[in-house]
Write a protein of this length. Structure first.
Length: 350
């Protein structure tokens, strides 16, 4: 019998066999850029990871659309399509969105995973903080010009209502169009539902009650889409290892909570990375194991391993990625045991 130990408060089964029936590990890394350097990454699919034919970044199993269409956005080069959603033209956005999608997914029989990655603003007014606060500021400025005699509270309320109504229209219409054009695919927006756990205002595993309320109000997204893609990228310096695993668990659990609200529960695929988002170093074996195992144990449909073009744009980077796949990822997927099976030292088990 495989040995079971308690690791940082959760059960860790050493013989993982991650790529088991009912749990998908999906490759969303532009490793095709490495082919010209002599690395074909054929070991990915050979070890149970779902990989597009020919290792294409956009293919038959997995497609991610980066900033498709003409979503309103405030860019360094100027405003795009009105800047904020309530000033944007939905029709011209949807026309370009359709063209972008058809170009990226030419087959009408596409039955893979389709992710819409739009991150310039969030449809819930409250969640546009930090760098995204510019959208709230601009929205208030627009209302102030229209109603110069109104109080600040009235202006903000009007700005919030107009922003959220238009934001929902842009996102919901885009998701609906994707499902209409490629109805066999599993479609949703990257990173939704959000959780914001282990952040300055919520240093706990569970999402705050306020964030859960936001997600409940975003039911339109879960109703229109047919898959959820929460993000659980790890930072090396912000959290100790035990909390990193809990961060993944909290975000997966919120995705599953939201998914269960639909009459036919939605599949939840958790976005993970092989690199820390702050230091850009490759994940330790323990953290990569958490990436794979925690969502599986929580009940997710799978994980999507994401990588940037910055990870595959030189022979040296391709070589390092190839080594990581061979020496860390593949052994974890196949299930490995520690050198000393009787050891209780946590380091021996990773």
């Amino acid at each position: 019998m495989d040995r079971v130990i308690n690791v940082f408060g959760f059960i860790s089964i050493i013989r993982l066999f991650i790529c088991a029936e009912g749990y998908d590990v999906i490759w969303n890394v532009p490793s095709e850029m490495c082919h010209k350097h002599g690395f074909n990454f054929s070991q990915v699919s050979k070890n149970g990871i779902i990989q597009n034919s020919g290792d294409s970044f956009k293919g038959n199993h997995m497609v991610i659309l980066y900033d498709p269409g003409l979503f309103p956005a405030i860019l360094s080069s100027g405003d795009r399509n009105g800047g904020v959603p309530q000033e944007g033209n939905l029709d011209i956005h949807l026309r370009k969105f359709a063209n972008d999608l058809k170009k990226a997914v030419p087959s009408e029989d596409f039955n893979g995973i389709g992710v819409i990655d739009f991150e310039h603003w969030r449809p819930v007014w409250r969640e546009n903080w930090s760098a995204l606060d510019v959208y709230r500021q601009r929205s208030c400025e627009i209302e102030q010009k229209k109603h110069p005699r109104e109080t600040k509270s009235v202006i903000e309320k009007q700005a919030k209502n107009r922003f959220e109504k238009a934001a929902v229209a842009f996102m919901d219409s885009s998701l609906n169009l994707a499902r209409k054009l490629r109805p066999k695919g599993r479609w949703g927006f990257y990173a939704f539902p959000y959780c914001f756990n282990f952040t300055p205002k919520n240093n706990y595993m569970k999402c705050s009650a306020e964030t859960k309320d936001d997600n409940d109000r975003s039911y339109w997204m879960w109703k229109t889409g047919n898959a959820l893609f929460p993000s659980a990228y790890i930072h090396e310096k912000k959290l100790p290892m035990a909390k990193r695993a809990k961060m993944i668990e909290g975000r997966t659990t919120e995705g599953l909570r939201v998914a269960s609200k639909k009459s036919t529960s939605l599949p939840v695929y958790v976005y993970v990375s092989m690199k820390y988002q702050d230091t850009f170093a490759f994940l330790s074996k323990g953290d990569m194991k958490s990436n794979l195992e925690v969502p599986k144990r929580a009940g997710a449909a799978g994980v999507i391993i994401w990588g940037s073009s910055q990870d595959t744009n030189s022979p040296k980077k391709c070589s390092k990625l190839n080594d990581y796949v061979d020496n860390i990822l593949v052994p974890l997927l196949n299930g490995t045991k520690p050198d000393h099976p009787n050891s209780n030292n946590i380091l021996d088990w990773f």
